[in-house]
Write a protein that binds this ligand. Structure first.
Ligand SMILES: *[C@@H]1O[C@H](CO)[C@@H](O)[C@H](O)[C@H]1NC(C)=O
Ligand SMILES: *[C@@H]1O[C@H](CO)[C@@H](O)[C@H](O)[C@H]1NC(C)=O
Length: 319
């Protein structure tokens, strides 16, 4: 029997949705399948080969499960993989599925960020979105613009070595009128911000923003993080049924600092951040390529951001 065009079209839904990125450590995928390796020992010092002190390589977690292993000896600041470099488009929706564990819940450790590389101007956020540890909780932080620090929109109490599954839904846009973020934690959609909304209006893409996975900051101790799978698609359903379901054994969502505690007002007040942020960013961003951008970018920002964040956290309510 000859296949008509109509018959062919009716078969299309059976074809698996196309993933933009599909990394799976159980297949032994090399880190380069996830993206571009970015390692930094001390501020501004990029490293290009694995050492005992700093490495990203296929390995196993503490239970013997295959994982991409990010290791940093105390003092080293970055072991990250930058995914879809140059490929994230504005005005589109991305669902980023990420299964990871961290050996220690270390203060200021960032296990994921959505980082701006080519800001439209110097008032835009350096790191619009991030998953980072503050006061023993993993937070989804949102930075609205260069004048505001990263503010918690959600928080959970994670357990060391627990495999957690997170999905970030991101509508890329330069303004909160068009952009948004959604968060799913171990298969459950979470509510975000003071308003406890499922979809938080957010200026997610004030330039060229790209997702980064691994370990950044929190350099006071040896750090080990593990990445099991990363899938990126344009719809939540693209990630597959097995993705985002409750693989973790953490305490689960605990009400969230972001919604309950008024971190925001005190964070916003840490206004001294602005000057130092802009200064260090501008120079290095414009002049150099990706390699040196990264180091100096983050260096300038993070030092000063941190002061503001911590100050704000301490000043705010202690829940
Ligand atoms: C930056 O964001 C803060 C709130 O986080 C807001 O009050 C301020 O107006 C914004 N600044 C600009 C230039 O958009
Ligand atoms: C923020 O700063 C303003 C002006 O400096 C001050 O009046 C206000 O009390 C501060 N708010 C907080 C929460 O620290």
């Amino acid at each position: 029997m000859k296949l008509s065009l109509l018959t062919l079209l009716s078969l299309l839904p059976l074809i698996p949705a196309k993933l933009l990125l599909d990394y799976d450590a159980t297949r032994g995928d090399p880190p380069t399948k996830l993206g571009t390796i970015e390692m930094e020992s001390t501020r501004g010092h990029r490293e290009f080969t694995n050492t005992n002190a700093l490495s990203i390589k296929p390995g196993k977690d503490s239970t013997g499960q295959p994982a991409l292993h990010f290791h940093r000896d105390k003092g080293n600041i970055r072991a990250e993989v930058r995914a879809l470099k140059g490929e994230i488009e504005d005005g589109k929706t991305y669902y980023i599925g990420y299964e990871f564990a961290m050996a220690d819940v270390q203060e200021s450790l960032v296990v994921w960020q959505f980082k701006t590389y080519n800001p439209t101007d110097q008032t835009t956020a350096n790191i619009p979105l991030s998953l980072e540890v503050k006061r023993n909780k993993l937070n989804l932080h949102y930075q609205r613009n260069r004048s505001s620090t990263r503010q918690s929109q959600w928080a959970v109490t994670p357990e060391p070595n627990a495999v957690n599954s997170v999905v970030l839904g991101i509508r890329t846009a330069a303004t909160e009128d068009d952009g948004w973020v959604e968060l799913y934690w171990n298969g459950e959609q979470q509510v975000l911000g003071d308003e406890k909304v499922k979809r938080l209006a957010a200026a997610t893409n004030p330039g060229q923003s790209e997702p980064k996975f691994g370990a950044y900051r929190g350099e006071e101790i040896d750090v080990d993080t593990f990445v099991y799978r990363v899938r990126i698609g344009e719809e939540l359903g693209d990630l597959g049924d097995g993705f985002g379901k409750g693989v973790g054994n953490s305490d689960g969502y605990d009400g969230g600092d972001g919604g309950d505690c008024d971190d925001d007002s005190s964070d916003v007040n840490s206004s001294n951040d602005d000057g130092s942020d802009d200064g260090s960013d501008d120079g290095s961003d414009d002049g150099s390529d990706d390699g040196s951008d990264d180091g100096s970018d983050d260096g300038g920002d993070d030092g000063s951001d941190d002061g503001g964040d911590d100050g704000g956290d301490d000043d705010g309510s202690d829940c």
